[in-house]
Design a protein around this ligand. Structure first.
Ligand code: AMP
Length: 574
């Protein structure tokens, strides 16, 4: 049996926990930079072969915490023919699929097979899969028992058993099934139990089935509540697939002046940056896979406001000297309350207003609640802003800009226009038309879609799959500092470029921004107003860059087509 190596200080990260090099390579390729707290505590214990009783919720990284040692142990042991050596019991079908997929992901590069087994699916198909041989089975208790009774699942060679989300399994009435399953396994097995809560029923199961288990709990951090700045904390419950759209919506509504978006992995950072930039945001990646020089460059672009958003992993953001951020966004919930506190401590500094926004999976509500307990601060669960919230917010931006203009005065040069139109139209209508034009200039022509109905806040204790209800609450964020999208564009020595494709060709501002910044390497901050008409588009660019941009755009395609680009002949095109 492999034993846990000492936590040698030279071997940091997963390797320092005793994880074998091949598995370290796997998690590194997945973009994990450091083990999460539950992984730090669980992995050495499991590798030592000892039983384990762990208190940890979904979202803390617990799947890898048990899967990595499980895989490592099975790889190192002789393979029994057609015998299952690892069994993970989970409460629901969704979880069985999800956990099996994760275990499979971590076992990539080994010859181990992982099979999910759950109710509501074809017995025959599962039986065939089991007959082909399953080193690791991830099962719901009911269906596991069915297979045991039919002898299609054999557990006589079982080396490691994991009870995942044990409190949920008991709540769902699986206690007896679990007992029966355990009786079909060798007493020499290693047993680990993971549960978000440890009520007495769990402790008695542990007493019955675990041998002198090591107890660990990741919810026991003692973060001083006083260390936390007062920031508005909002969470949206969204499934992973919806996160990019929801993030875009939230950013549009909040209009952060400077923000960090935290992701868990390098891969997420890179994917998100690409996506944000394609949609016209100015985002920069920061993660541990980058060289110091690259990081310095990113930071200097961020500090000089050439980028609005930093998308970073916790590791990369550690020790960054950033004066103030209007927003901290948790694209993923951090794996621990401590990380949450570190992250959001970057906003609301020096008595300024700050907002922390979290996109949490509906399954991660437990973790949200435990973060609230540790920080002793409330995280409001809000409904994703709707399209009409966004529109209202944008109108408010325009109103504020107009108000500023009215207070500043200096309107004499355009009064003549109002007066001449007043001969024909009521002044109120003229004002309304002017507001409309101003509004279009401020918000651009981005077409927005209604996002799928967001799940409303489910009850505090959820089990199994997320429960949705159609209820909608609208959140109107308190005052945030708003910057009109192109307010910061260069205004001097600007020329207008004519691009021979417009709305009819499907062109959106983001396409132009993406193509220009992508082809020339210039920052979107240096671009001015963009106007898109049915047949063509006009883009304001610095005169000095115009020729380079024209050349670059001529060489590329927009929405798949070559387009004509030249300096605009203002009068005929406006
Ligand atoms: P879990 O609690 O197992 O459901 O994991 C939650 C999420 O965290 C999953 O998306 C994992 O891919 C991710 N994750 C697990 N461990 C790490 C890690 N060490 N670093 C970054 N992300 C991780």
């Amino acid at each position: 049996m492999p034993s846990a190596r000492n936590h040698s200080s030279e071997r940091a990260g997963f390797a320092g926990l005793g994880v074998a090099d091949a598995l370290v390579a796997t998690v590194t390729a997945l973009g994990y930079e450091e083990p999460t707290p539950v992984q730090r505590e669980t992995i050495p214990v499991m590798l030592s072969g000892r039983d384990l009783l762990a208190q940890a919720a979904t979202g803390t990284g617990k799947t890898a915490a048990f899967a990595l040692p499980l895989i490592q142990r099975l790889v190192g042991e002789p393979k029994g023919k057609h015998r299952t050596r690892g069994l993970v019991l989970v409460p629901t079908r969704e979880l069985a699929m999800q956990v099996a997929e994760s275990v499979h992901k971590y076992a990539r590069g080994t010859a181990l097979s992982v099979i999910p087994v759950y109710g509501g699916a074809s017995m025959l198909q599962q039986t065939r899969a089991l007959e082909r041989g399953a080193d690791i089975v991830v099962a719901t208790p009911g269906r596991a028992l069915d297979h045991l009774r039919r002898n299609t699942l054999k557990l006589d060679a079982l080396a490691v058993l994991v009870l995942d989300e044990a409190d949920e399994m008991l709540d769902m009435g699986f206690a007896e099934d679990i007992d029966t399953i355990l009786k079909s396994t060798p007493t020499t097995r290693q047993t680990t139990l993971f549960s978000a809560t440890l009520p007495s029923r769990i402790l008695s199961i542990a007493q019955k089935h675990l041998k002198d288990p090591q107890r660990i709990s990741v919810a026991r951090e003692k973060t001083a509540a006083g260390k936390l700045p007062r920031v508005r904390q909002v969470a949206y419950l969204v499934h992973r697939s919806q996160k990019p759209d929801v993030l875009g919506r939230v950013l549009d509504v909040e209009s952060p002046t400077s923000a960090i978006v935290f992701c868990r992995t390098r891969l997420d950072v890179d994917t998100l940056v690409e996506r944000l930039n394609a949609h016209g945001y100015r985002a920069e990646a920061l993660h541990g896979g980058m060289q110091q020089r690259q990081r310095d460059q990113v930071m200097s672009r961020f500090r000089s406001e050439k980028a609005d958003l930093l998308v970073a992993t916790d590791v990369a953001a550690r020790g960054l000297d950033i004066k103030h951020l209007s927003h901290v966004v948790n694209y993923d919930l951090p794996a621990s309350a401590d990380d949450y506190v570190h992250r959001i401590g970057r906003t609301g500094r020096a008595g300024r207003e700050g907002t922390a926004i979290t996109l949490a999976d509906p399954r991660e509500q437990r973790l949200l609640r435990s973060i609230e307990q540790v920080t002793k601060q409330k995280i409001e669960i809000a409904a994703v802003p709707t399209l009409s919230d966004l529109r209202a917010r944008r109108l408010e931006t325009t109103r504020a800009a107009l108000r500023e203009k009215l207070i500043a005065g200096d309107l004499d040069d355009v009064r003549g226009v109002v007066e001449s139109l007043a001969v024909e139209f009521p002044v109120n209508d003229i004002a309304a038309a002017a507001v409309k034009l101003a509004h279009a200039a401020v918000v651009g022509e981005r077409e927005e879609k209604e996002l799928p109905a967001a799940p409303a806040a489910p009850p505090a204790r959820t089990s199994g799959p997320a429960r949705f209800s159609g209820g909608k609450r609208t959140v109107r964020p308190e005052h945030g500092r708003i910057r009109a999208p192109r307010e910061h564009a260069a205004r001097e020595n600007v020329v207008r470029l004519f691009v021979g494709a417009g709305r009819q060709a499907g062109i959106r501002p983001g396409d132009l921004v993406g193509a220009i910044t992508g082809e020339t390497g210039m920052s979107s901050k240096d671009l001015g107003a963009i106007e898109i008409t049915d047949r063509f588009s006009l883009v304001d660019v610095p005169d000095a860059m115009a020729d380079q941009i024209i050349d670059a755009l001529k060489k590329t395609t927009l929405r798949g087509q070559k387009v004509a680009v030249r300096r605009s002949r203002e009068s005929s095109e406006m």
